[in-house]
Design a protein around this ligand. Structure first.
Ligand SMILES: [Zn+2]
Length: 313
């Protein structure tokens, strides 16, 4: 008898994607109103600190430390009204907050953007995942101070898992924006495009936001048709990736091309082409004759392309 999980690999492909390693217990449904104060009162609690969109890292004594104690955080300019509770690990709470841009940082502390963190592997996967959660949540709170129903100022509750409106009683929850990212495949070739903002020579999978009332599969078909003029038949889910810029969930799929003549949307794409498997392999391995390349390994696009190469034969 077949199992529902026969085709599920023992190691989830999502685990290989950057920002996927978060193992905090979020306890989202079991948080008291003073969750942040309680967490801060525990000596083992640690904070991820952000200067704008960038994470503070302490490189003192040859280490790379991505979190701080409360007293340290105050000396670095902790903005207490931005404090959120991410969850717990072991017996220790993990929080996050912004720091004041006016506070001078010690020479050993640097602010690093999350893309660089992920690409360079400066911190381990678990911390990187927690930092992604923090970045998305901090951005949501910063950008949603008012009630979308009545316009009154809202208040954070449960250590940051929601906001409530004291005027009309509405509850507001942090948003996650689903994005489909797909590699269209036609036998031994696949479809890659590039946006003008990409670094020179880099080609990637097509991608776009899922729209209301749409399945993942329909979004893959619509986006591929809109961006490249290619009709898609079957769609196979591969993996997902939290993408904290600020709060997307990338849903990676392989897509079966049914038509092949490209009519790229030039407002979205600077170029879009079919690439033969051998050429893609050279791009992946950094030995393409024309200097073309693909996104870094931490990106889900890289993993979708890798799976296409692995599926050879
Ligand atoms: Zn309201």
């Amino acid at each position: 008898m077949s199992s529902l999980f026969d085709r599920s690999p023992p190691t989830e492909p999502s685990r290989a994607n950057g920002f996927s390693g978060n193992r905090l217990h979020r306890l989202s449904e079991a948080r008291p109103q003073d969750a942040v104060a309680r967490a801060l009162a525990q000596p083992a609690s640690r904070l991820h600190l952000f200067l704008g969109d960038r994470l503070l890292l302490d490189f003192a004594n040859g280490a790379t430390r991505a979190f701080f104690g409360e007293a340290e955080a105050r000396s670095l300019g902790l903005c207490a009204d931005t404090l959120i509770l991410l969850g717990t690990t072991g017996n220790a709470a993990r929080l996050a907050a912004q720091v004041d841009e006016a506070t001078a940082l010690p020479a050993s502390v640097k602010a690093i953007d999350l893309r660089s963190l992920a690409i360079q592997g400066l911190i381990d996967g678990e911390a990187l995942g927690a930092v992604a959660q923090a970045r998305s949540l901090l951005a949501w709170h910063a950008n949603h101070p008012f009630c979308a129903r009545c316009g009154a100022r809202t208040e954070m509750r449960g250590g940051g898992v929601r906001r409530v409106c004291p005027s009309c009683g509405a509850e507001h929850f942090p948003r996650v924006d689903p994005v489909v990212i797909m590699l269209a495949v036609d036998g031994d070739r696949c479809l890659l495009g590039r946006q003008a903002r990409f670094q020179p020579g880099m080609y990637s999978c097509l991608a776009g936001f899922v729209e209301p009332g749409e399945t993942i599969e329909d979004a893959v078909r619509r986006e591929t048709r809109e961006e490249a003029g290619i009709e898609i038949g079957r769609v196979a889910y591969h993996s997902s990736q939290p993408w904290p810029f600020p709060s997307s969930l990338m849903i990676g799929c392989h897509a079966e091309a049914l038509s092949f003549a490209l009519t790229p949307d030039e407002t979205e794409l600077e170029d879009c082409r079919w690439f033969a498997r051998d050429e893609v392999r050279a791009m992946m391995e950094g030995r393409h004759e024309g200097g073309l390349g693909v996104p870094p390994r931490m990106a889900i696009a890289n993993r979708l392309i890798d799976a296409f190469l692995e599926a050879e034969g």
